[in-house]
Design a binder for this molecule. Structure first.
Ligand code: XMP
Length: 323
């Protein structure tokens, strides 16, 4: 019988058998999969798990707090938060090319995460031998089905550790599809904002600013994005829309008029798409009233934005993200 209760029971037993009395680390991304994997492992081994969240400063409004407060409140997990936003901003300074941004964000992410792992390894307590990953069934099939290990390099960082540390992987979602993962997460008591979350790219808002990423631009985009999300949710469109990137065209300015004066501000692009798997997508024919509300609110409430435009391109030829 497939029930969330049975899945949880089976996985809790399997995790306990695998980990024994050793310790495990789980990286949280803010996404559904890592949160549910961590919650399952937490249920199985409690304080033998330490979760790590790298705050790269590229998350949307409220998302870091969701991990820091709501996830911890729901699971009781040990969470180590690393605020690395300054480091990411520095590394991204002057960079506009999308693939270069992705590479920098990915590289910095691994460095910060590995440093956090090493710190946990050096704490008192049982050996840390496991790394938890939120691998789903479709990922397993795509990668040929193997399970494995992960290495971190310790050399330049701290003494007393071998050069190469190997973790065995714990992958409690390997038999599950996305909708099943959401059900398991809900059963484990995770809030809707986490388990029903739409896809969001790892590089975050860094690839939704067309142009250089700066703190001011991130703050501006966070405000515009929060307004769009609020209105889409209020209109009941969260299920119909697969995801709706909100993009800041930071290098574009256009003329506007507001109050008594002429403005010269930036456009915000709304990119609502409908999709089954993100491989192909169509732009969502969403209600004009909701578009009007979002447009009015963004231009009124977000300084330096004087225009909101709608992306009406399917995928292909457009990708979902603008970068
Ligand atoms: P595109 O833009 O290629 O996006 O149509 C397809 C799906 O993938 C997400 N996406 C990413 N996710 N890292 C991620 O983790 C990335 O660099 C990345 N780029 C795109 C995108 O949000 C959409 O769901």
């Amino acid at each position: 019988d497939w029930t969330t209760g049975n899945v949880i029971e089976e996985q809790v037993a399997a995790i306990r058998a695998q980990v024994g009395d050793k310790r495990a680390i789980c990286g949280l991304s803010g996404g559904v999969d890592s949160a549910v994997a961590a919650a399952l492992v937490q249920k199985a081994i409690g304080s033998q798990l330490t979760c790590v969240y790298v705050d790269h400063g590229l998350m949307r409004k409220g998302e870091t707090e969701q991990v820091e407060k709501d996830f911890v409140a729901a699971t009781g997990a040990n969470l180590k938060v690393v605020d690395a936003s300054e480091r990411f901003l520095k590394a991204l300074a002057g960079v506009s090319d999308p693939e270069t941004k992705r590479k920098i964000i990915g590289r910095e992410f691994i460095r910060v995460f590995e440093q956090a792992q090493l710190e946990i390894l050096q704490e008192d307590g049982p050996e840390v031998a496991f790394l938890v990953q939120g691998t789903l069934y479709p990922d397993v099939v795509e990668s040929g089905g193997g399970t494995g290990t992960a290495n971190i390099k310790s050399h330049h960082n701290v003494g007393g550790l071998p050069d190469d540390i190997e973790f065995e992987l714990v992958e409690p979602l390997r038999k599950l599809f996305k909708d099943e993962v959401r059900m398991v997460g809900a059963e484990l008591g995770l809030p809707d904002e986490i388990v029903q979350r739409q896809p969001f790219p790892g590089p975050g808002l860094g690839i939704r600013i067309v142009g250089e990423v700066t703190k001011e631009r991130l703050d501006l985009l966070r405000e515009a994005d929060a307004i769009a999300r609020e209105e889409l949710t209020a209109a009941g469109l969260d299920r119909e829309i697969w995801q709706c990137p909100v993009v800041l065209l930071a290098d574009v300015r256009s003329v506007g008029v507001q109050g008594d004066g002429r403005t010269y501000g930036h456009p915000i692009v709304l990119r609502p798409v409908s999709s089954e798997d993100a491989m192909t997508a169509d732009w969502t024919r969403m209600p004009y009233e909701t578009l009007a509300k979002i447009s009015t609110r963004i231009t009124n409430e977000v300084a330096d934005v004087n225009r909101v435009v709608l992306d009406v391109t399917s995928k292909p030829p457009g990708t979902i993200e603008w970068e």
